[in-house]
Design a protein around this ligand. Sequence first.
Ligand code: IMP
Ligand code: MG
Length: 214
Amino acid sequence: MQKYRQTPLIPSAAIQARIRDLAHEIDAEYSGDDSFAVVGLMNGSLFFMADLLQAMKTQPPFECWRVTSYHGTATTTSGTVQGVSSCHGTFEGKRVLVVDDVLDSGLTLHAVKNELLKRGAKQVKICVLLRKKIRRQVQVKAHWIGFDIGKEFVVGYGLDYDGHFRQYRDIFALHPGDDGVPTLESSTTNSQNKKLKTSDTRRGNTGNKRKKLC
Ligand code: IMP
Ligand code: MG
């Protein structure tokens, strides 16, 4: 696998602490409501959704929807969201919470929200781990946000670049070159390499068993 230059952005401990706060707020919103249901968007929100659901006291039924808008080594949306209409579940009269990894262009969450309303959901709210500070292609309101970040392309904790890096516990930003494409590690300085080696933890590893990223 290629080695890409990357910088630690959000450590695992900060992610988990934020998830506890979000779970508390979401519990307060939906407590005692039998119409509450969750839809998590795969693969990106795999770990976020699991950790959030386990941190919540409310126990809503949930579905995992597989939708895609990024392809291969692209770091920007293809502009079309695929898979939404073939996703599973009936949502008539439900208050649905959509859980996703990143709010970027807004196209994915816009399409998912419309599909749920089309299927009879009476309310759709959105919780994202990350909200990028960019001009969105469509306006979508996220009701719960883990972290606001810049426009950098990020990996780890479910987020991938070309299918890689999802398993890492921490979130990292990939360094874009002048052409916007992530740069390979061969151009990394020694001090940057050192920083990466000591800050990365793979999901499931203990603090003592650190592994170099990629
Ligand atoms: P949007 O439709 O442009 O808002 O993009 C949403 C989807 O694109 C997210 O659910 C992610 O799967 C993917 N995505 C957007 N930005 C990133 C990123 O920085 N890293 C990895 N995936 C991303
Ligand atoms: Mg996604």
